[in-house]
Design a protein around this ligand. Structure first.
Ligand SMILES: [Zn+2]
Length: 461
């Protein structure tokens, strides 16, 4: 389906006309202006303004065999998307291996050296020191062969996506292998080695963009990206996640609003375990669109981790693929409304590697290509057989048949927050769950809305 990425500081995945990651685009008339669109998708009837970043080499980002983040989730997503027909006529753009200067936009030289050395089997320090200094080698982030190269390719994928948008080659680009939002400047964390989204955003800030909205819907707090831009008012980070008192990494409280010039530009909306689609969407719509409208971003970067799913083995939110799809489509709509369509979507968490991730991210790819998939669409039997085989290989005890339809039957018809915390909840939602959601909504609105001239109490804002 795609050409293999090559090693080294190979930027050949960036087609002609797209700026290389370290090439400044100083004299453009503005983001997206003046560049002839390069069609990633060729023939008539195909999307002409969207691109998919993909290489089989993404599958080399592989921890231990029993680690929850198994790259089979990426392979199954691409094969499902293919079987749905949404990749017809689409030749994925290749990622490139991020070189050190690109990684150093976010990461410390000493850390990059440590990752490279550890992954090559010559760490040069004890395992204990490696874990203590850099978070490498613990149960979440075990050392694996080639980890530097594998993680650099993810960064190159998301930066290639950013470059395609910056050059006007595409408006919407997706890199499902990206979204490693926990990686810190000098520390691996939460299955994340290098922070591709933070690197790509930093790169964009040097290439014509100075208002970027980052919206993170992973079940975990988007701490690494928030941290990187904590004092930077050019980047609005918004994270919706399971409440930090109930889930690692334990950050993402409403009072984390950013620092110095960046005060008001970090937004955190923590939701209680068990939050279903209708309440999650109520919260999203009560906070995100107003802030995006006030911020007027030139580009939206979405981290679309799907571990918010009710079946995810690591978390406790209760979304369905339908709720996730709804959020993705809303983010595309926001990009259409405020950013002339510019939308960079990355993956992230998601540990229902067979039944959840492939379906949800196939919806994401469909959204990016504007080939939205009807949730009622059945899934091809041969894909189900392949998924079943993959699942059995992962865990011989796994006998459940893959879900054979693109929906979970989730209810996405949420009731908009209207400022009245006393309203009755919809069917199937407890009063207590709605109250805690509404408490989260108002806490977040009060923490950040005033910075943007918005009234936290007024539902019209
Ligand atoms: Zn997560």
């Amino acid at each position: 389906m795609s050409r293999a990425a090559r090693r080294g500081s190979d930027t050949s995945g960036l087609s002609e006309g797209v700026p290389l990651p370290d090439e400044r685009v100083a004299d453009r008339g503005g983001p997206g202006a003046g560049a002839a669109p390069r069609l990633s998708v060729a023939d008539g009837g195909s999307p002409s303004d969207a691109a998919v970043i993909w290489s089989e080499d993404f599958l080399s980002y592989r921890w231990t065999p029993d680690h929850p983040m198994n790259p089979v989730r990426l392979a199954l997503t691409m094969s499902l998307a293919q079987s749905m027909g949404i990749l017809d006529g689409v030749e994925p753009d290749r990622p490139f291996y991020a070189d050190d200067p690109l990684l150093q936009r976010v990461h410390a030289r000493s850390y990059i050296d440590a990752v490279r050395a550890a992954g090559s089997g010559m760490p040069g320090m004890s395992g204990e020191t490696l874990a203590r200094l850099y978070g490498l080698g613990d149960i979440d982030n075990p050392v694996f062969s080639g980890m530097h190269e594998a993680a650099s390719l993810l960064v190159g994928g998301t930066t290639a996506a950013a470059a395609a948008i910056a050059n006007g080659a595409a408006r919407r680009v997706v890199n499902i292998a990206g979204g490693m939002h926990h990686a810190m400047p000098a520390r691996a964390a939460g299955f994340c080695i290098y922070n591709d989204a933070a690197v790509a955003i930093d790169w964009l800030l040097d290439h014509g963009f100075d208002r970027i909205a980052y919206i993170d819907i992973d079940a975990h707090h988007g701490d690494g990206v928030q941290y990187r831009f904590l004092a930077d008012p050019r980047v609005l980070t918004i994270s919706l996640h399971q409440h930090p008192a109930t889930l690692w990494p334990g950050t993402g409280w409403p009072h984390e609003v950013g620092e110095r010039d960046g005060a008001g530009y970090a937004v955190n909306l923590p939701l209680m375990p068990g939050t279903p689609d209708v309440l999650w969407l109520r919260a999203f719509h009560a906070v995100v669109p107003s802030l995006v409208n006030a911020f007027r971003p030139q580009l939206i970067v979405s981290q679309c981790g799907v571990d918010s799913h009710r079946a995810d083995p690591l978390t406790d939110l209760s979304l369905t693929v339908d709720g996730q799809r709804s959020a993705m489509l809303t983010m595309r709509d926001l990009a259409d409304t405020h950013c002339d369509g510019r939308w960079l979507a990355v993956g992230g968490g998601g540990y229902g590697v067979v039944d959840v991730v492939p379906r949800s991210w196939t919806h994401l790819i469909g959204a990016v290509l504007r080939r939205d998939i009807d949730p009622a669409t059945p899934i091809d039997e041969s894909w189900c057989a392949r998924a079943h085989a993959a699942a059995t290989e992962l865990n011989p005890a796994y006998t459940a048949e893959p879900v054979a339809v693109m929906t979970d039957g989730g209810d996405t018809d949420y009731v908009a927050w209207d400022g009245d915390a006393g309203a009755d909840p919809p069917d199937g939602v407890s009063e207590r769950a709605q109250q805690s959601t509404d408490a989260a909504i108002i806490a977040t609105r009060r923490a950040v809305f005033p910075y943007h001239g918005l009234d936290p109490e007024d539902p019209r804002d």
